[in-house]
Write a protein that binds this ligand. Structure first.
Ligand code: TXA
Ligand code: MG
Length: 322
């Protein structure tokens, strides 16, 4: 099969220190051999990513963990058993083997076993962990298809194309503390799911400030202003120049383009389509602004609103985007 041959080619390129974009269940990643500092440096170059923003290291088997961390907290195994392979990233104390450039010099490394067969086969064939951020320019919209990567990161050596991703939003990032855990980035694995496994979770998650170096206020931004609307939606804008990302299907009149993100108020469906809809609006020459309707902040809705707020951060009032 073609994809199978492509995975062999991609694995060989990783071993040679080249960069490969590959699908995960969340978004496409831009991968390099995690132990090859030069290859990893090229990720930062191509993404135009600041060196203070560390990468996630992807593994295909729990055996790979000992290369990256000597942490042995039983809660790590609980979480790994429950959510790996899948959209959960754990921040762990790192071994000396992990190059500084991967962790931006931090004493910790972010690790995840992705839940996509192509990603897992790539890592297994390359026989090494793969460091990979999302395959987009820094601060821009994340890629949920190979097409997005091709368009926005044409410098990549090779792109493994396995169609659209199935979750559509980046992994949940978790840091364990003595008394519980802290969510550094919301994703498809929810706080409630983690709390079911780890006692006293709320203590740490409520009391400690969020601290992930890459978690800037502005992120995931389209090249056009994005306004996160309150209901009723933005009366001041010229709606003919606007594209609407609609959640409820209400108040859609007058917009130049409307994407109904879900037929049945399904937040998971919204997450799958979110970045693709932003790409679509960004690429439409007749649209000057994007308006997004807020979604309820429950389950994956927390992760969706986190991304929408960051995408919209620069445009906080209708006046600011006239
Ligand atoms: O779903 C995902 O997580 C995707 C796919 C490709 O796996 N990856 C992804 O990577 O979203 P990226 O680089 O776009 O976001 C990773 C974030 C960084 O912005 C950083 O804040 C955080 O992970 N991170 C990485 N290492 C960390 C560390 N040691 N401590 C705290 N945060 C860390
Ligand atoms: Mg990213």
């Amino acid at each position: 099969m073609l994809l199978h041959d492509d995975i062999n080619t991609a694995a060989k390129l990783i071993v040679e220190g080249r960069l490969v974009a590959f699908p995960t269940e969340t978004v496409y990643g831009l991968g390099a051999d995690a132990f090859n500092a030069r290859a990893v440096a090229r990720i930062f170059e191509i993404k135009q990513r600041p060196s203070f923003d560390p990468l996630i290291v992807h593994i295909a088997s729990l055996d790979d963990m000992s290369l990256l961390t000597s942490d042995n907290d039983p809660r790590i195994h609980q979480l790994a058993n429950a959510f790996w392979p899948g959209p959960l990233t754990l921040v762990l104390n790192r071994t000396d083997r992990v190059p500084d450039i991967v962790t931006s010099g931090l004493p910790t490394v972010a690790v995840r076993m992705p839940g996509h067969p192509v990603a897992l086969e790539l890592i297994k064939k390359a026989k090494r962990p793969i460091a990979a951020p999302s395959a987009n320019k820094f601060g821009k919209i994340s890629p949920t298809s190979a097409e997005h990567v091709r368009k926005h990161l044409p410098e990549v050596d090779f792109i493994l194309d396995a169609g659209h991703t199935t979750i559509g939003i980046e992994s949940t990032i978790v840091r364990l503390h003595e008394t519980g855990f802290q969510i550094l980035r919301h994703g498809a694995v929810t706080m409630q799911q983690i709390e079911q496994l780890i006692p006293n979770a709320q203590l740490a998650s409520q009391n400690e400030p969020v601290a992930a170096p890459g978690m800037l206020k502005t992120h995931y931004s389209p090249d056009k202003p994005l306004y996160l609307a309150d209901n009723p939606i933005v009366p001041k804008l010229n709606k003919q120049k606007c594209g609407l990302l609609s959640f409820t299907g209400h108040n859609t009149q007058g917009y130049h383009a409307v994407v109904l993100m879900t037929e049945s108020l399904d937040l998971k469906e919204y997450a799958v389509k979110m970045f693709a809809a932003m790409h679509h609006m960004q690429d439409n020459p007749d649209i000057d602004y994007i308006v997004a309707e807020p979604v309820p902040e429950k389950g994956i809705g927390m992760a969706i609103m986190d991304r929408l707020r960051k995408a919209a951060d620069k445009y906080t009032s209708p006046d600011s985007i006239q």
